[in-house]
Design a protein around this ligand. Structure first.
Ligand code: BT5
Length: 245
């Protein structure tokens, strides 16, 4: 089954992540797309809240990578590229990415990616990808604390865009990138990430196994970890919290 061959479209859900995971457990095929026009309990990474008012794209996609997939760190990278390129193409706008999963317009967050793997024993049974993108949300549609850090296509361009057209474009771009990733052809993906990456040159702070990493971002490594140039050498940060300074 191709991406989006099967679609469930809802006016409102708590979170598309849960509905898609439930379908995964029920044996739904790879490529199932679940879309909600509003979410009441949208979430980001590490259990953070994700604002999901009407006017955005809130979707999840079910993946069942075969053979067993190792490079989990690259999944979010692959879909973030597709999302940034779709927004850029549909809205004719410069859209970038920020490690690990942010879709950015300048310094503001246009959207974010979430990848959750569901394991059984030591085998990944399925992965649920979540994409949130602020499409037709006016500035007053965001709660006050987000107004300086979030943006939407409507805010950037002053005109609304078709969510359906954006979703189709995203599915058309992400599926070949994902298939190439599964086949081990990562060169094009890295090339595209490097072209869109807003991180290089910026300073970050992170904690890795109790060690504080403080340095300048240079890019990502072959497993999708963030590469940071520190006074005592190049270090890779693969997970946890990164503070962008
Ligand atoms: C993300 O998390 O960026 C991943 C967001 C994934 C959301 C999608 S929507 C469809 C699917 N169903 C779900 O329930 N989730 C997925 P993270 O990097 O943790 O960023 C979260 C932070 O972004 C929050 O703590 C806020 O500061 C900020 N934020 C929340 N809502 C936002 C919004 N709509 N636009 C921009 N920033 C937002």
């Amino acid at each position: 089954m191709g991406f989006g061959d099967q679609v469930e479209w809802y006016e409102e859900l708590p979170s598309t992540m849960e509905t898609t995971a439930a379908r995964g457990r029920e044996g739904a095929p790879e490529g199932l797309l679940v879309v909600a026009e509003r979410q009441t309990a949208g979430r980001g990474r590490l259990g953070r809240h994700w604002e999901s008012p009407e006017g955005g794209i809130w979707l999840s996609l079910l993946l069942k990578p075969e053979p067993a997939f190792q490079s989990f760190g690259l999944i979010g990278i692959c879909f973030a590229i597709a999302a940034a390129e779709s927004a850029s193409h549909v809205a004719d706008l410069q859209v970038g990415v920020k490690w690990p999963n942010d879709i950015m317009v300048g310094d503001r967050k246009l959207g974010g990616l979430l990848a959750e793997s569901h394991v059984e024993g030591d085998k990944v049974r399925f992965i649920v990808i979540g994409l949130g993108m602020n499409v037709n949300i006016p500035a007053e549609g965001f709660p006050a604390p987000l107004r300086d850090s979030a943006t939407s296509l409507l805010i950037e361009k002053g005109t609304p865009f078709s969510c359906k057209a954006l979703i189709s474009d995203f599915l058309e771009r992400s599926e070949p990138l994902y298939r190439q990733l599964l086949a081990g052809n990562k060169d094009k993906m890295f090339e595209e990430w490097n072209r869109l990456d807003t991180g290089p040159g910026k300073r970050i702070k992170a904690v890795r196994n109790g060690e504080v990493i403080d340095g300048q971002v240079s890019g990502i490594d072959p497993e999708g970890a963030l590469l940071v140039e520190c006074p005592d050498g190049l270090k890779a940060v693969s997970s946890g919290e990164v503070e962008w300074l």
